[in-house]
Design a protein around this ligand. Sequence first.
Ligand SMILES: *Cc1c(COP(=O)(O)O)cnc(C)c1O
Length: 375
Amino acid sequence: MVKYMIPVNRPLLGAEEKEAVLKVLDSGILTNKEGKGPMVSEFEKKFAAYVKVKHAIAMNSGTAALHAALLALDLKHDEEVIIPSFTFIATASMILHVGAKPVFVDIDPDIYTISPHEVKKVLTSKTKAIIPVHLYGHPADLDPLKEFAADQNLVIIEDACQAHGATYKRQQVGSIGDLACFSFYPSKNMTTGEGGMLTTNDDEIAEKIRMIINHGEKGAYQTVRLGHNFRMPEISAAIGSVQIDKLPQFLARRRKNVQQLSTLIGQNPYIQLPIVKDWATHSWYLFTIRIPQNPGNLSRDAFIEKMRAAGIGTAVYYKPPLHLIPYFKKLFNFQGGEFPETEKATREVVSLPVHPGVTDEEITYIGKKVNEILK
Ligand SMILES: *Cc1c(COP(=O)(O)O)cnc(C)c1O
């Protein structure tokens, strides 16, 4: 019997998105080639205003945004980019795609984001950039990184793919590093189907990025550097333009669900609730608790199985960490044990549904099940 499962995340699309898509189909304008797509332009303007940046450039995935950001740095072969090992694969693989080398470091175990202290230890003469990832939607601690980057002449690319609407010291993430990348994959806080956005306040970088995503062209057939087709389709931008208007509402609902669920399970001695730093607002892309391993306790994996059997989507992000994923493990000869906080986190974390489609009744049910299973 197939039972309904409350998914960890799901997109929320309504009549407004449908109407916007149909309008694009009627218009016959499907692409932003040569800057002629009204929906891409509208979406970019709204996104730039939301993040409070000068430039927002739409693309066809968050991965493409990372790729374009790295290409814009014009890195030389084997130059190094520092990233946390605890992230989604694209953060690392795009570095290899531009011929550079990802240098993994451990995380701050409170908030699962890159440890500024560890970053300083791996600096070499080849280090050119740092990619802090706002994992689960909690911003990385950017000020120490910015200070270090300024001293060492490094670029900061924020991976904000999970953090639409999160703030760091009252500033929107995506407006703090030199460049930032967002994703609109269906699980994310807002979606365009597939899609991404790059934000920056730097005019020169923005101009480069616009060329990179469009075959390196300065004008029609005037290619001046190698590029790609990373353009966002008009249909996607039409969806995005509606979704960005709904984002504040989506975030408020996530926050409410988090508060409610935290109250229900906060007293449970077998779990640790997520930590939010006083300088941060969390976007709650994922509500991730820890189940510390103690002999005699129910294991994290057994907990997941029981939650799923109860119809509650429950999942681990991300296991294995990148340095233990077969491709990177082999390439860099990792053995395990290199990044103890990251590896410990992969054994303990588990994410529960708090997306805006989760109702009050469902939150009550999830809380009740957590307390029944972990006692
Ligand atoms: C989703 C995500 C990406 C990639 O975005 P896509 O739109 O799926 O290509 C990159 N980094 C992180 C941290 C992500 O969560």
